[in-house]
Design a protein around this ligand. Structure first.
Ligand code: 6R9
Length: 650
């Protein structure tokens, strides 16, 4: 494969915070002397009590333990707000762009301070204490950021559930972390359509309470003004409570290792994991990566198009940018509403310098036609970013040429919910770019490729991506299940953090992520455990068994392909297909909608009863010439039926 290398342009180097020599020198120090390196960079945030211990980490099972800056104390909201007031009180902190292009709001750091202080008092007055779990199920409105920051101000742990998730999914997450306080809105608004957030919350609480959970209060922001039921004694209108609250709430002094947030993410088993991040290391890492990866410089407008329901929204809409005193743009809408020019219209309207989005959006906009881009100016753009899944070189080149007019470096940032911040990425002033490669490790990050037996691979090679030592932003545990944390991440390759991704390293030491090697698929940049979709399918009364795999999809990256075996006496039909799609949507949410459903009388299993997914993947890809060895199957004849009835015939 020929690679179209784009060397760092002289003007990128001149403007950039870090050039290649600096990158190489800092990187060397960061791995040779992590204590010294992070002692220095740990000071980039404000500590109430400075740390003396820097790094105390162990990747060996049992006993995995990760602590950074552990004797230091700080408050995240004070770092994201209070410390900027003297110099940037009147600077816009959050630049909000509504779903409807006529709506926007500019919230200065001073206004942010007032809102967050009031909200902290509202939460306190309603019994929220340090260490309590607060569930946030909200649209992309500034109040979502206020709520996150108010939690950090009083030491409560937030758990954000993406607004596109179903009541069932929300219920499971409320229950798992024992959350008794929920913040939501009457309705969300996306692409002109309303999302019934409060009604979903009511349903979720009903489900969770049947399972033993108890939700004391629901705080409800009025967004659309749509009619919603308010339960006496439990539900509180946000605006009423805010009016009555004082605008002064001193920040709680938190230990560096106190929990900051929980964020549920899919793994290879059916139950989402509560990824837990802590206070000090996370903030140091989020702010440092935000500054250097995006090359953020004072007074620039920075826009990350993610939703706060995903980790990208946590680290790169809220915590990283605000800790750096940036102006962060928060967008309520979608890329193609009211037209496929929306992103670029917003860039022009607000003079956005740095723009960070996902390959799935880039591919969709590329498909809509260049004219939607070229009719806009985009002259304010300086740096472009990509995250969420591998970006194919064609989409990369389009982003570079058509959107950025070859003026803007593209940072293809590889990272995960678990890593808290970006681990492998170019730096705008330092790294020669290769479309499709996330390029080189960030400071302090030591990638390693291993084969399936755990042998370390050197030089240009391909293997399973591990990280051999800790970085400050790393997750600390799975909430309530440390053993699962050790099992999932540190037991496959003993003593190493295993990412679940496959990866190639080229002759220049550049990393090329090839995608998940476990049973996780990546649909439009969203992680989906195939087991989750399978359990949703088998929860349907007519389904006896299901196996789910990913297949290449032009827009989504991967599509969801389901093999379904029906109960005795049930007949396959298109109506049932539709019913199953609707069922999965209601169990998990629209992002889990199956793309293909194939009714299969039998699934290919080994004699020990294991489903051979390798075969199912090949059939879903319409690549059954290369099925490999099927001799270990209990009943090899099922394969012929699967091939005959495949849903992806080319
Ligand atoms: C931040 C985020 C993590 C998984 C990860 C990988 C894929 C993310 C990528 C990428 C190739 C990139 N991924 N960024 N693959 N290149 N630049 O997306 O977190 O939702 O936890 O997903 O996404 O497979 O393991 P999360």
């Amino acid at each position: 494969m020929s690679v179209n290398v784009h060397p760092v342009k002289p003007e990128w180097k001149a403007k950039g915070l870090i050039d290649n020599d600096t990158y190489l020198a800092w990187y060397k120090r960061s791995v040779e002397d992590p204590e010294g390196f992070w002692a220095e960079h740990g000071k980039r945030i404000d500590w109430i009590k400075p740390f003396s211990s820097v790094k105390n980490t162990n990747f060996n099972t049992p006993g995995v333990s990760i602590k950074w800056f552990e004797d230091g104390t700080l408050n995240v909201s004070a770092n994201c707000i209070d410390r900027h007031l003297a110099t940037r009180g009147d600077q816009v902190a959050i630049l909000w762009e509504g779903d409807d292009p006529s709506e926007d709001r500019k919230i200065t750091y001073r206004e942010l301070s007032e809102q967050v202080n009031r909200l902290s008092n509202v939460m306190k007055a309603n019994g929220v204490k340090k260490g309590d779990r607060v569930t946030i199920y909200m649209p992309m409105i500034p109040e979502a950021a206020y709520t996150m920051l108010a939690c950090t101000r009083i030491g409560a742990i937030h758990s954000i559930v993406f607004g596109g998730f179903s009541p069932d999914a929300l219920a499971g997450r409320i229950e798992d972390c024992g959350s008794d306080f929920v913040v939501t809105a009457d309705e969300g608004l996306r692409g002109g359509k309303k999302v019934p957030l409060k009604a979903n919350t009511d349903k979720a609480i009903e489900i969770a309470e049947k399972a033993g959970a108890k939700v004391r209060n629901v705080l409800v922001v009025r967004r659309t003004g749509g009619a919603v039921a308010m339960k006496d004694g439990r539900d509180i209108w946000y605006h009423e409570a805010m009016d009555a609250a004082s605008a002064d709430c001193p920040p709680a002094e938190m230990s560096a290792e106190d929990p900051l947030f929980i964020l549920y993410t899919s793994g290879s088993t059916g139950k989402p994991k509560g990824v837990m991040h802590t206070t000090g290391g996370y903030l140091v890492y989020a702010s440092m990566t935000h500054q250097y990866v995006f090359d953020y410089q004072d007074n620039e407008v920075y826009w990350c198009t993610a939703d706060v329901g995903w980790v990208t929204g946590h680290s790169y809409i809220v915590y990283g940018p605000l800790a750096n005193g940036a102006t962060t743009l928060m967008f309520e809408g979608v890329p193609n509403y009211p037209s496929p020019s929306r992103f670029w219209d917003v860039v022009d309207k607000h003079d956005v310098s740095i723009f960070y989005t996902a390959p799935t959006a880039i591919r969709a906009l590329m498909g809509a036609g260049d004219e939607h881009v070229t009719k806009t100016s985009r002259k304010s753009l300086r740096v472009l970013g990509s995250v969420g899944e591998p970006i194919n070189p064609e989409a990369w080149e389009w982003y570079y040429k058509v959107v950025g007019e070859e003026r803007c470096p593209i940072v293809d940032t590889w990272w995960q919910t678990e890593t808290g911040g970006i681990l492998i990425t170019p730096l705008p002033g330092a790294t020669d770019l290769k479309p499709g490669s996330a390029t080189r490790p960030f400071f302090g990050v030591q990638p390693q490729l291993v084969d399936n037996d755990g042998n370390v691979l050197v030089g240009a090679t391909e293997g399973n991506l591990c990280i051999t030592d800790s970085w400050p932003g790393q997750m600390r545990t799975v909430y309530g299940d440390h053993e699962r944390f050790e099992q999932t991440y540190f037991s496959t390759y003993h003593g190493k953090y295993f990412t679940g991704d496959g990866c190639r390293r080229d002759d220049d030491g550049y990393y090329w992520i090839t995608g998940r090697v476990d049973d996780v698929i990546n649909v439009s940049g969203h992680r989906m455990g195939t087991a989750e979709v399978e359990s949703a399918l088998v929860a349907h009364a007519k389904v006896s068994e299901a196996a789910v795999v990913g297949y290449p999809h032009d827009l989504k990256g991967q599509g969801i392909y389901c093999y379904v075996t029906l109960m005795e006496g049930e007949e396959p039909s298109d109506a049932l297909r539709k019913e199953l799609v609707a069922h999965v949507r209601s169990e998990i949410g629209p992002i889990a909608s199956p793309d293909k459903i194939q009714f299969a009388p039998g699934l290919p299993k080994t004699r020990s009863g294991k489903i051979m997914r390798r075969i199912l993947r090949k059939i879903a890809e319409d690549d059954f010439g290369a099925l490999g060895d099927t001799s270990t199957l209990a009943d090899p004849t099922v394969v012929d039926d699967l091939i005959d009835n495949r849903q992806n015939k080319k």
